[in-house]
Structures are given as structure tokens and as C-alpha cells.
Design a protein around this ligand. Structure first.
Ligand SMILES: Cc1ncc(COP(=O)(O)O)c(C=O)c1O
Length: 473
């Protein structure tokens, strides 16, 4: 195994070199965790900066899960036999733990296990009682798995409206208010937004939840990119539906997400089918079924009962450090990185980096989308940056990150241009062909770096080193 290439710059930079002094215990705890639990990163020389893509698991999470699997016999839940009862008990215990972690009362919220955040979104979209005259309002900044809900509302004659983004990739409060007021009596209205953008890192205000409620909207909060480094307190904020994926929070297990639904809001949903596990009775001859109540009505088939218990180890990791400490750590690295990137200038004064979204750490998380430009102001294709990163064993992401609305806004793409590039090719328009066609002065994609609990200053400094190499072009 090769050792991590320690950046010469990183070696010179003490974590105390800039910004307000952190509490020494926080940085010590995290440095210790990095060495003990994430040693594989440095042993393999990997620079991982794609935490919005997926979190990393601590070694002990996997060890504990292996011990758990090897020390018990676990059968398919929902039966009375001994191995089944254990699985049911464990699944219910973790369900309570999930609600507990988010300070949600079990009387008010149900925790529904899903395959991932996208699956949780689909459960809401396909069952929301959209009818003609109803509305689906969403920020242009949304993951495609939220955008996809528009296909359900469109099929049932409801109207989709996107809220535009301003130059900081945020939504203006006045614009939001004017749209929230556009509801008729007795309609079903769903408002969806991400607590944190997976493109720009912008944190859209959780205060919107109450404002939307006051205006007669149900609220779907996409918390997938927010919860890995931020506290979501459901005793304070009361969205009707919250979606997330556990692998984004703590890397393992993959393949499990959750829909946290207010029980009152879940009762509004109309499931389009039934499946094993979701009914209390079904008859072939009578051609009827009776849907189960609460979470059971939404969990199709057998839950991932051997992996669900591993969620507890992830929560324990976050709780051992403290989510507020993790937030502060990532916030500090984000500020450090932004300052270094935006100050980079070519000899003629031209900026090297264009950062999309806020240039401070205020109301933003540890996800940065940016593009690089040469000394003549010409865009450097993100594929070139990705190749440079690969040479350094650095995992970053490039493209639009499944968030086309944020991308269109960032790159200044007009509706006309996009329609032009999509027309004439039917459904067969190739990705590369589309990308080339829409490429504007700002390009058709960006570079994304994102930070998490295990990230250290050497990781982000290595990215700054890469950026500095572009000073010569
Ligand atoms: C904000 C946001 N929402 C939803 C998703 C979809 O998550 P998953 O792919 O786990 O379903 C992602 C994934 O990157 C995301 O960042």
C-alpha cells in the first residue's frame, strides 16, 4: 500500500493557521478518529472529497456489524418464530432509534425504511393525492429524484412550478411568499426543497416549513445532503415528509434510506398498489385488500433486516463526536477552502476559480461547486480537472450532480437553448451530444468537492494544490 502523498502546503499549514481557534479537543478527537477509524484512506493514499456522493464508514461500524451477524441467527421478520421475532424486535428498535436521533416523537412521526432517499421520494410522489387544480411547487435547486415527482403530478392534471434561483443560488423570500400564496381552498399542495443543496451547498431556510404550512402547503424536505453534517431537530421543525439515505450520513449500510412522515400527512397518501408486508388482509376471490396502518403500509416486501441493525453503529459514531462538532469542523474546512480558492489569481489578475453559490460559510454546508478558468478567461473543461484529480487518487465529482435546475442557473442556460439542444432527437439524445450543445461560456458542468467528518486539512489542501497548478495555464 502506498502512503498518502502529503501535500507540502498541507504540511506547512497548522489547523490553527487561520480563522478563529477551534476547541483543541474537537480537532484532536477528529484527528484520532481519522487515524483509528479511517486509516485506510491514508494507507491507500486516497484523497476522498465526495461526501455528498457518499459518506465513509468507520472501521468499527463494519467490525461491529460483522460480529452482530456472526453471533446471531436472524430470520425474515413479521412472524412469531424465534429468529423472526428477533429480526422484528431489532428492526423496531432501530426504527425508534431513527426517530430518537432526529428528536421526532413516535406519536407524531413514522420512520419508514426505504432503499434510499430516491425511493422515499417516490413513495411520496406516487401516493400524494394530486388532482386537477392541485400544485407541486419546488425550488429549481433540487435533486432529480425530487424533480421526478412532477411526472406523477402531471399525469393527474396538477401543476408544477419551479422557484428561480438568484445569483447566490438561493430563492428570494419575496418570490417564495408570492408563490406560497397562490393556493385555492381545498386543494392539495406540495412544496419540496432540499435542506442543503447537493450542488452549491446552499442551506435553504427551514423556517420555510412553517410558512408553507400557514399557507396551506404540505412540505417535503429533502434532507439527504443536510443530515450528514447538520442537526435536524424534528421537535422544532415539522415537515410533513423528510427523506434521507443512511450511507450519506455514515457510509454504511448502503441500500437503506428513510421516509420520516408525519402520521397525519401519511394518512393523506393513497398507495397505488399493495405488496407483501403492507396489508392486514387481501383476498383474491373478493378482489379486496386492507392496507396496514402507519409505516407498515409503506414498506413493500421484506425489509433489509440484516443491515438495518448496522444503522445504530452509524448513529453511535455521529453521537460520539457530536453532530454540532462535526458541523463546526466541516464549516471551518469549508471556509478555509473557499478563501484559498477565490483568492487564486493568474498573473494578469484573472480569477482561476468561479465558485457557484455563497462565498462565505453563512447558511451553507460543506459542498462546493466550481469551475476553473485560464488566464484568458476561458473555461477549463471539468473533465480535465477530473483527470488531474484521478492522478492524485483524489475522488471529486464533475458534471451536474443530478441537479439540472441548479446547473442551468449556475451556467446561465436559457430555456430556449436547452429546448433547442433537446429537440429533434426524440428520447435518444445522447448525454455527450447534449452536453456539447448546451455548453455555454460557463460550460455544461462543474467540479464538486464535498467534505465530511473524516476530512482533514491535508485533504482540502491537496485540492488547493491542484488548483494552484492551473495558475500556469
Ligand atoms: C440532496 C439529495 N437528494 C436526494 C439524493 C438521492 O439519494 P439516493 O441516491 O441515495 O437515493 C441525493 C443523492 O446524491 C442528494 O444529494
Amino acid at each position: 500500500m502506498t502512503r498518502a502523498p502529503v501535500s507540502p502546503r498541507a504540511a506547512q499549514i497548522s489547523p490553527l493557521a487561520s480563522g478563529p481557534s477551534p476547541k483543541p479537543d474537537r480537532e484532536q478527537v477528529l484527528a484520532h478518529l481519522r487515524a483509528e477509524e479511517f486509516a485506510r484512506l491514508d494507507e491507500q493514499g486516497q484523497i476522498y472529497l465526495d461526501y455528498t456522493g457518499g459518506g465513509l464508514y468507520a472501521a468499527s461500524q463494519v467490525r461491529r456489524h460483522a460480529e452482530f451477524l456472526l453471533s446471531g441467527v436472524y430470520g425474515n421478520p413479521h412472524s412469531e418464530n424465534p429468529t423472526s421475532s428477533i429480526s422484528t424486535e431489532l428492526t423496531e428498535r432501530v426504527r425508534r432509534r431513527v426517530l430518537d436521533y432526529f428528536s421526532a416523537s413516535p406519536e407524531e412521526y413514522a420512520a419508514i425504511f426505504t432503499a434510499n432517499a430516491s425511493h422515499a421520494l417516490k413513495l411520496v410522489g406516487e401516493a400524494y393525492p394530486f388532482e386537477s387544480g392541485d400544485r407541486f411547487l419546488l425550488t429549481s435547486d433540487n435533486h432529480n429524484s425530487v424533480n421526478g415527482i412532477r411526472e406523477f403530478d402531471r399525469a393527474r392534471g396538477a401543476e408544477t412550478t419551479y422557484l428561480p434561483l438568484d445569483s447566490e443560488m438561493r430563492v428570494g423570500e419575496d418570490i417564495l411568499d408570492s408563490y406560497l400564496k397562490r393556493v385555492g381552498p381545498g386543494q392539495h399542495n406540495l412544496f419540496a426543497f432540499p435542506a442543503q443543496s447537493n450542488f452549491s451547498g446552499v442551506q435553504h431556510p427551514l423556517e420555510w416549513i412553517e410558512r408553507a404550512h400557514e399557507n396551506g402547503w404540505d412540505v417535503l424536505l429533502d434532507a439527504a445532503a443536510f443530515v450528514p453534517t447538520n442537526r435536524l431537530d424534528l421537535s422544532r421543525w415539522k415537515p410533513d415528509f423528510v427523506v434521507l439515505s443512511f450511507y450519506k450520513m455514515f457510509g454504511y449500510p448502503t441500500g437503506i434510506g428513510a421516509l420520516l412522515g408525519r402520521r397525519e400527512a401519511l394518512r393523506k397518501l393513497r398507495r397505488p398498489w399493495f405488496a407483501g408486508g403492507t396489508i392486514t388482509a387481501a383476498s383474491v376471490q373478493a378482489d379486496r385488500h386492507i392496507l396496514a396502518q402507519g409505516e407498515a403500509a409503506f414498506e413493500d416486501g421484506t425489509p433489509n433486516y440484516t443491515a438495518i441493525p448496522a444503522i445504530e453503529y452509524g448513529f453511535e459514531l455521529l453521537e460520539a463526536v457530536g453532530i454540532d462538532q462535526i458541523h463546526a469542523h466541516v464549516d471551518r474546512l469549508t471556509g478555509w477552502l473557499i478563501d484559498r480558492l477565490v483568492e487564486l489569481r493568474h498573473e494578469n489578475g484573472q480569477p482561476v476559480v468561479h465558485l457557484y453559490g455563497p462565498r462565505t460559510t453563512e447558511r451553507r454546508g460543506g459542498t462546493l461547486a466550481l469551475n476553473f478558468f485560464d488566464s484568458r478567461g476561458r473555461l477549463i473543461d471539468h473533465e480535465r480537472i477530473e483527470a488531474m484529480a484521478r492522478q492524485r487518487r483524489m475522488s471529486i465529482r464533475t458534471g451536474c450532480f443530478c441537479n439540472p435546475g441548479a446547473g442551468e442557473s449556475a451556467f446561465g442556460l436559457s430555456k430556449r437553448k436547452i429546448e433547442e439542444c433537446l429537440s429533434g432527437s426524440g428520447d435518444s439524445v445522447a448525454h455527450d451530444q447534449f452536453r456539447r450543445c448546451v455548453a455555454s461560456k460557463e460550460g455544461s458542468g462543474a467540479v464538486r468537492v464535498s467534505m465530511g467528518l473524516p476530512t482533514n486539512l491535508a485533504d482540502v489542501a491537496t485540492f488547493v494544490d491542484l488548483a494552484r497548478e492551473l495558475l500556469e495555464v
